[in-house]
Design a protein. Structure first.
Ligand SMILES: [Fe+2]
Length: 231
């Protein structure tokens, strides 16, 4: 029996098996997918959305309490914004992105991903969103309408809770391989859409914008997608 890379002696006198670089195979199963889309011509879309979202807040100052903190000034709209004609342009991009996802993921062609709920959140400076998931749907998304500098990144948390059972020491001061991350943050960028699994825990850091007045507000539109049979 021959070896390209013969065993060698370890420091303690025992033998250490040596393997060629390509000897160990790996397959990546059960990935957590986060889709992103830079919406074309988003500046025009966002101007209309900003106007309509503030108008909606005037109509419904109380709003809804979900993962937001109304006591800190955060406002959450009702959840049927996709029925509002002002949001039709954004809905078209959500539909286009979700159709691409259906093809990518091999979903049954007799079904489509449809928006079940859509809402807006205005987070002024100091506001954030606690960690949460979106029950009762398959995919969820966020679209950034206004995102000034330091207005609060979204953080996704590793869903594999077994990682909490035993932590690993990594090489210090070195970026970990992405496959070993236990959280990931995205900076909000106006015009960007993220679509992620509804079961994936996520939170939003406090808005620390130093912009003046309403320019400091972090404004998003979020939505949930479910699979429905085509009509
Ligand atoms: Fe959320």
């Amino acid at each position: 029996m021959t070896h390209d890379t013969p065993n060698r002696e370890a420091e303690d006198g025992g033998l250490v098996a040596r393997l060629s670089e390509d000897a160990l195979k790996v397959r990546r199963y059960f990935p957590t997918l986060i889709f992103s889309l830079d919406v074309p011509d988003s500046e025009i879309l966002n101007d209309d959305l900003i106007e309509e979202i503030y108008a909606e807040r005037e109509r419904d100052r109380t709003g809804v309490r979900k993962s937001n903190f109304p006591e800190l000034g955060s406002w959450h709209s009702h959840v049927k914004l996709h029925k509002d004609v002002t949001f039709a342009g954004l809905v078209q991009y959500v539909d286009a992105a979700s159709a691409m996802m259906c093809r990518e993921l091999g979903y049954h062609r007799s079904y489509q991903l449809r928006i079940g709920t859509m809402w807006s959140i205005i987070n002024p400076p100091g506001s954030s969103n606690r960690a949460h998931i979106h029950p009762g749907c398959i995919w969820s998304g966020v679209y950034y309408v206004q995102a000034p500098k330091n207005s609060g990144g979204i953080e996704f948390i590793d869903p594999r809770t077994q990682n909490l059972m035993s932590s690993v020491e990594y090489i210090p001061d070195t970026k970990r391989p992405r496959i070993c991350w236990t959280k990931v943050q995205y900076k909000p960028v106006a015009g960007k859409m993220l679509i992620f699994p509804s079961w994936l825990y996520h939170s939003v850091a406090p808005n620390r914008s130093r912009a003046k007045g309403k320019d400091a507000d972090r404004i998003i539109v979020s939505f949930n997608l479910s699979q429905e049979r085509r009509r």
